[in-house]
Design a binder for this molecule. Structure first.
Ligand SMILES: [Cu+2]
Length: 149
């Protein structure tokens, strides 16, 4: 019996371990689109981390600085160009991300932590050009709850 309790305890603590997910920073995605985060939208649990990998060089990843781009209360963060960046996400909601050098080429994405509770504020983020177009795809993906490209 004691062994059984111990076993449950071990299994329980294993399942509560936070995961590390991966997002690639690419010049060309598997669907042929240029300058992308892959996946474009990532769904994770609160407390999980994301490893952003610049498979192609000269990309960076940082939180969206536009109003509504991240959940209220979450801090801004920024990865270095061409460097792997690991970011832990403790605030629930949609976290918009962008690549500074390629924002004009539409390099935006999102990490959805648990519930997309800030959807209404997030959808008001104003972007231009290609980023605006891709942002619509992001919103669609967040709404359907399916992993994006
Ligand atoms: Cu980039």
């Amino acid at each position: 019996m004691k062994l059984l309790i111990a076993l449950f305890f071990v299994l329980g603590s294993f399942s509560s371990f936070s995961k590390i997910h991966e997002v690639k920073l690419l010049n060309k995605g598997t669907d042929g689109q240029k300058m992308v985060f892959e996946p474009m939208v990532l769904f994770i649990k609160k407390g999980d981390s994301v490893k952003f990998i610049p498979t192609d060089k000269s990309h960076n990843v940082m939180s969206m600085t536009k109003k509504g781009g991240v959940p209220t209360g979450s801090k801004k963060w920024k990865g270095k160009t061409s460097k792997v960046h690991i970011q832990k996400f403790d605030e629930e909601g949609i976290h918009g991300i962008k690549c500074r050098p390629h924002l004009a080429m539409g390099m935006v994405g999102a990490v959805v932590v648990g519930n997309a509770k800030n959807y209404d504020a997030f959808k008001k983020v104003r972007l231009i050009g290609k980023a605006k177009k891709r942002f619509k795809d992001i919103l669609k993906t967040v709404k359907t709850g399916k992993a994006g490209k």
